[in-house]
Design a protein. Structure first.
Lengths: 565, 378
């Protein structure tokens, strides 16, 4: 029998791991009773045990993962996520990449916007993008809503001219033959020959050649084919192409493409169109956009789109600390629009004040609870718990009745003559109201941890101190109080963290000067739907709490916190 | 807003009229391939009760389906977005205010409908588009009622020496009408009233408000009464504050003031001057499964016909959104009083009025709300 105890295990007793370590240090493998190396057989036994332990906590782990970690991760992600701009306006984002932000962007950007918006309007996502960008620049919401209808007409006049030139240009099948590779067309024919429906068609593909020789046309037609096929369930070779496709074709032809390399069908049709294209009547795109809405001539609109085109943005976090991202960099918001820093500070200061008042009021009550004879202590305990069991809304509304100017407290004070009838105290709809109501609501969270710690302080210590000549105060301050500090720590952390995220009580009794940051978060979640900003505000609140917790651990030590004996 | 259902828990409960149900059942065409239950989101309180009495109870009686109510319309947009992102839409029909319907429609969360195809024609033969008129504010919105935000004031204030406010500008006149005022803790409507009382005409209101100076001007006007205002966030607060004597005048929805005045008999009167109209109605969530969609369409067609919208006015003082329903507005089901004069759309109440310009607000609300909250906080 080998002695597996070594210097480390002497302190904590032998564990199965030690056997492994000892086995490791020997040159020859040690064998178990069945002849396998001891190391392997032990590892197997341990693994089984670890697995069993993991399975026991698996439900809880999963529950926490799904209901706690995942939502927080999602929130953190939302606060920087901004893919909607580049997803909805891919061409525009690319076209604006080289734009210097001065004056108006080049015509290419307008064309790209026409294509992107047409596609977005077909998918009905242009208004969603408008709402997103409206958070950054008021007015974009209705600009996009209006333009979604308008941009679909870009290229309509050109389309008519192409059709006048050759009616083949309005034939969907001709377009499909131009743009799709032969194998797709064959697969399509075979699909119909088998009696297939348009919905089951093989996915549309672009001909490589079309992509290189007529890139814009191919890009827009590709979008048209994709949406026709997968959103509407129709056959792209049977639906009239969108007007902007003619715009793209005209722009491609104007760029003098190497049409001689075209090996596909309808080469003569393309050649004729290329010849006629320069003579076609066109209206500058800028002017077409101006007719839809003159805001398109405002470089700020384009600058906003460019600024917020990356897939991830610090914009929400900047907003959450009263700053903003502008084309010229990061700057403070105008003074009239700064609000969040004020609210964060107010939330912190008031939560501290509430923690303080809870401690002041709760400490003596907890002491009484811990030191009264059990019969009376139980009665007192019920009095502490009773409000705890009452609905939060009922308690908050009760405070309204008590605190308002025509309320019970003011009426009593006037009746006993302490204050004049026209000088009633303002106790609600301000910070006083929030502090009073929240102190009441959070008081049990302070009393209970304090009580459970005080219960474990032996009364004999106080008696011993006094018998050695300490005054009442010294005995309390030097002997009793230090032992109750873990309870104070636990109660304060609990109350503070609950207070900092409180929402409904400040909303109801806080008026305007007593509301917290969580009220703005609630507003952005439920009214403005600016979830990115709400997530950023929430993240900052989360980090603030974590930092305070860390600071508390450094100063007081988290081991000094006790929730119970 | 959370308080709404709570404070109204004791509000009106009405008796059903069995005879009326039998008659209505006969008008109802059968519903083919329809689910046999519906979940409807509404506002709770007296308003939801009026919908139950006028629409769902007779409908459920006639068709035998079950209806579940979810009282969370005040956060309808957030709930619908969350449900859509989770890929599980529990609601079949959602009651929202006009501006929210615009947001839901923009976000693609509400279904676009063809009003003429979906809704029943008016009993005078008019098409739904004609009959609802301006109330159809976007492709997704199915209008039900017109309501207004207006002022109520106490009639027993001694310091007023018998004066009664006749213009909305009384809220800015603390000399003649001392006392606390109740205003909503939101930017909308407050800025409009401030500018109207600062001499801006109705026609140029939003042009002025669009400028920086205009906003400053409105806030400066509100500054003059900032210390005299209790800011509310739930529509039920103003009636309560008025009844308690906490405020001497305050804004809220006209139906809630009607409850205070007519049903609870408080010394409060209505100030219709510059009431702000809003529409409230249904939206159908996008991408409902076919059976549920069929059921909802069947219900909505019936519940927004001329008779039903007229019926709702028996239970609450909001005007039907259909022109053809106006002649059907009769008396309150319980109190027996004539409802016509209490309707915001009564010509006598419409001397001065605004219609909530939700398109303008959709663009500017986020910005001005931040501005307003910063003004309130400092």
């Amino acid at each position: 029998m080998t002695d597996v105890t070594d210097a480390t295990t002497a302190r904590r007793g032998p564990t199965p791991d030690d056997a492994l370590r000892v086995a490791d240090s020997r040159r020859e493998p040690m064998l178990a009773a069945d002849g396998t190396p001891l190391k392997r057989s032990l590892a197997r036994a341990l693994r089984r045990e670890k697995l069993r332990a993991l399975m026991l906590i698996a439900p809880l782990l999963l529950f926490i993962l799904v209901t706690f970690i995942a939502p927080i991760a999602d929130m953190l992600f939302r606060s920087v996520e901004n893919q909607i701009v580049s997803d909805t306006l891919p061409r525009t984002t690319r076209a604006l990449a080289d734009w210097d932000g001065q004056d108006l962007p080049p015509e290419d950007a307008f064309a790209a916007m026409a294509y992107d918006l047409t596609e977005a309007a077909e998918l009905k996502v242009h208004t969603r993008l408008g709402s997103r960008l409206n958070y950054e620049a008021p007015g974009i919401s209705s600009l996009f809503r209006k333009s979604g209808r308008g941009t679909g007409d870009a290229g309509e006049a050109l389309g008519e001219q192409f059709v006048t030139l050759d009616p083949a240009w309005e034939n969907p099948m001709v377009w499909a033959e131009l743009m799709a590779p032969p194998d797709w067309l064959e697969a399509r024919a075979a699909h119909y020959a088998d009696g297939g429906e348009p919905e089951g068609l093989p996915a549309f593909k672009l001909r490589d050649e079309a992509d290189t020789i007529l890139p814009e046309t191919a890009s827009v037609y590709g979008g048209f084919a994709r949406i026709t096929q997968f959103e509407d369930g129709d056959d792209p070779a049977e639906e009239d192409p969108w007007s902007p496709i003619y715009l793209a074709l005209h722009r491609d032809l104007a760029a003098d493409p190497p049409l001689g390399d075209w090996s596909g069908p309808h080469a003569d049709l393309l050649a004729a169109a290329a010849e006629a294209a320069p003579a076609m009547e066109t209206v500058p795109l800028v002017q077409q956009f101006e007719e839809i809405d003159e805001d398109w001539l405002d470089p700020d609109v384009w600058a906003t789109i460019k600024t917020f085109s990356p897939p991830y943005t610090p914009g929400y976090f900047l907003n959450a600390v009263d700053m903003q991202q502008t084309p010229d960099g990061v700057e403070l918001r105008p003074e009239t629009q700064r609000i969040y820093v004020t609210l964060f500070l107010r939330t912190l200061v008031m939560s501290l004040a509430i923690t303080g008042t809870c401690l002041l009021l709760g400490y003596p009550v907890a002491w009484l609870l811990a030191n009264l004879p059990s019969g009376r202590a139980n009665l007192l305990m019920i009095l502490v718990l009773l409000p705890f069991w009452t609905s939060l809304l009922v308690r908050t509304s009760a405070w309204k009745v008590l605190l308002q100017q025509q309320g019970v407290i003011n009426d009593t004070l006037v009746w006993i003559g302490l204050i004049a009838d026209d000088k009633r105290l303002t106790l609600i709809n301000n910070q006083t109201g929030t502090i009073i109501a929240m102190t009441h609501i959070l008081l049990p969270f302070m009393i209970l941890p304090l009580y459970s710690v005080m219960k474990t302080i032996p009364p004999s210590y106080l008696r011993a101190a006094k018998s050695l000549g300490a005054t009442d105060w010294t005995a309390f301050w030097r002997v009793y109080f230090p032992q109750s500090v873990p309870g104070i720590g636990a109660g304060s952390i609990l109350v503070f963290i609950l207070a900092i995220g409180y929402y409904i009580t400040p909303e109801l009794v806080g008026g305007t000067s007593g509301v917290f940051i969580s009220n703005r978060i609630a507003y952005h979640i439920s009214s403005s739907l600016n979830w990115g900003l709400a997530a950023a505000l929430g993240s900052i609140l989360l980090f603030a709490v974590l930092i305070l917790y860390w600071a508390y651990d450094r100063m007081v030590g988290i081991d000094n916190v006790k929730l119970g004996g | 807003m959370k308080l709404k259902p709570f404070l109204l828990a004791g509000a009106a409960s009405f008796a059903i009229l069995p005879a009326a149900i039998a008659q209505e059942a006969a008008e109802l065409p059968p519903c083919e391939n329809c689910s046999d239950s519906m979940t409807i989101m509404s506002w709770g309180g007296a308003y939801q009760t009026s919908q139950q009495k006028a629409y769902t109870e007779p409908y459920a009686e006639a068709t035998g389906i079950s209806v579940t109510w979810d009282e969370s319309s005040n956060e309808a947009t957030a709930k619908m977005r969350a449900a859509a992102e989770a890929g599980n839409m529990p609601y079949d029909l959602v009651d929202v205010e006009g501006p929210d319907s615009q947001r839901l429609c923009d976000e693609g969360l509400a279904m676009e409908v063809d009003h003429d195809e979906l809704l029943a024609p008016g009993n005078d033969g008019s098409t739904p588009t004609e009959d609802f008129g301006d109330a159809i504010i976007n492709e997704c919105f199915i209008p039900q009622i017109v309501f207004s935000t207006t002022f109520g004031y106490r009639t027993d204030i001694e310091e007023w020496e018998g004066r009664e406010p006749e213009s909305v500008c009384a809220i800015f006149d603390t000399e003649q009408f001392p006392g606390k005022r109740g205003l909503e803790q939101r930017v909308k409507k407050n800025l409009e009233w401030a500018l109207l009382c600062d001499g801006v005409s109705k026609d140029e209101l939003y042009d002025v408000l669009e400028t920086e100076e205009g906003v400053e001007r409105a806030l400066a006007k509100l500054d003059t009464i900032k210390d005299d205002v209790i800011w509310w966030s739930a529509g039920a607060e103003t009636p309560q504050l008025l009844a308690d004597g906490e405020i001497v005048m305050g804004s809220t929805y006209n139906g809630r003031l009607f409850s205070v005045i007519a049903e609870q008999d408080q010394p409060v009167d209505m100030l219709w001057d510059w009431q702000v109209f809003d529409y409230d109605g249904w939206v159908i969530p996008a991408d409902l499964p076919e059976e549920r969609l069929n059921r909802v369409k069947h219900f909505v067609r019936w519940a927004t016909d001329t008779q039903r919208l007229g019926d709702q006015a028996k239970y609450i003082a909001y005007g039907p959104a259909r022109a053809s329903s106006q002649p059907l507005v009769s008396t309150h089901a319980e109190l027996g009083i004539e409802m016509g004069p209490h309707m915001p759309t009564n010509p006598e109440n419409m001397g001065n009025y605004l219609v909530n310009d939700f398109i303008w607000w959709a663009d500017n609300q986020d910005d001005l709300e931040t501005r307003f909250q910063a003004w309130l906080a400092n």
